[in-house]
Write a protein that binds this ligand. Sequence first.
Ligand SMILES: NC(=O)c1ccc[n+]([C@@H]2O[C@H](COP(=O)([O-])OP(=O)(O)OC[C@H]3O[C@@H](n4cnc5c(N)ncnc54)[C@H](O)[C@@H]3O)[C@@H](O)[C@H]2O)c1
Length: 384
Amino acid sequence: MKAWNKVGVVGAGTMGSGIAQIAAQAGCEVVLVDSSEDALQRSQEKLGKVFARLVEKGRVTSSESESVQQRITRAKTLESLAPCDMVIEAIVEDLDIKTTLFQSLEGIVAEDAILATNTSSLSVTALARGCTRPDRVIGLHFFNPAPLMALVEVIPALQTDADLASHALAQMAAWGKSPALAKDTPGFIVNRVARPFYSEALRILEEGIASVQDIDASLRAQGFRMGPFELMDLIGHDVNYAVTSTVHAAFYGDSRYRPSHTQRQLVAANWLGRKRDRGFYTYEGGVRQGNEGQCVEGVAERILAMLMNEAADAVFWQVASPADIDTAMQKGVNYPKGLLAWADSWGIQELINIMDSLRHRYGEERYKVSPLLRDMARQGRTFF
Ligand SMILES: NC(=O)c1ccc[n+]([C@@H]2O[C@H](COP(=O)([O-])OP(=O)(O)OC[C@H]3O[C@@H](n4cnc5c(N)ncnc54)[C@H](O)[C@@H]3O)[C@@H](O)[C@H]2O)c1
């Protein structure tokens, strides 16, 4: 398959601008398209500032900065994408709008050009279905901020050409990324495996076991850069609640992914987190108010056990390999360790014991041990 030398990006917002920067830094010629002139201009200004800072810090020379920026051309219409080897879309998260875009692109790009989507929650397979040549469609899920987060989830659709996934993995590695291959299932790897970080923390809060501050402190003590509540405040409760609801619905209401009433209330109150200066915490001038919490015994252990069980279950359901799951959580959301390597270090039986005691206490499906862990304990196996 052809190397991706000429890259098109549709959508010059948060993600598209970052993806254009990565491709240009990797030496590709980039055409960045957005229907909004404003968005194109903002993106250009932002990139100018980013590179000015990189030059100031000595990370790139001014001539490098100039040539990278010159490699990105901007346009308002899709026709300028005609010579591209591949086009990645980062427009609004709506299946119909993305399908219409891909259909238009099929009339513009070459027969063998690749069409990629940066969707976080839609089925790549459903998107491919709308195309005449669904075999050239693939998911390339970057993480925010794209130039800084190394992970790219590579998601072949059911219809994707068998060689395209390995080609995409190699291209992403050539762009300096750490790709992880994921099955086209709800939430792919990260947005599925990370659910308990939020949901179990919310549950512990709702049960009155520990406060927001104490739960955050307990997770930070394990090496997480942010506790669950600080992180949800940063992501925005509207966004985080929507992702949880989408994953929950996509799993036909599996209680493990059930959204939280507490978070729904925050959304209803428009206390969306940092962007509204109020979420679980209050903020003044962007600075979080209130005292730091203290670690509470058992809190981090319970959340970590749920995360490890979720990661193991993703292996059980063939969503991704153990190595790709550990890469994804470390490179996409900065987890301090890979969850499965972490499970190995705890001991698989120890993890099972914690899950079983939660299941015994609550009697809920939510705390069901992944069958993979039981098999592994019986056979004395570890993940790595
Ligand atoms: N923001 C994140 O953290 C994040 C992370 C991973 C993936 N994603 C996914 O990336 C995509 C983009 O998200 P974003 O946060 O960058 O959005 P954004 O709102 O910042 O940018 C979207 C841009 O697309 C443009 N656009 C919309 N429809 C268009 C069309 N038909 N043709 C051309 N341009 C069009 C808009 O003008 C806007 O500039 C979504 O699918 C989202 O789910 C977002």
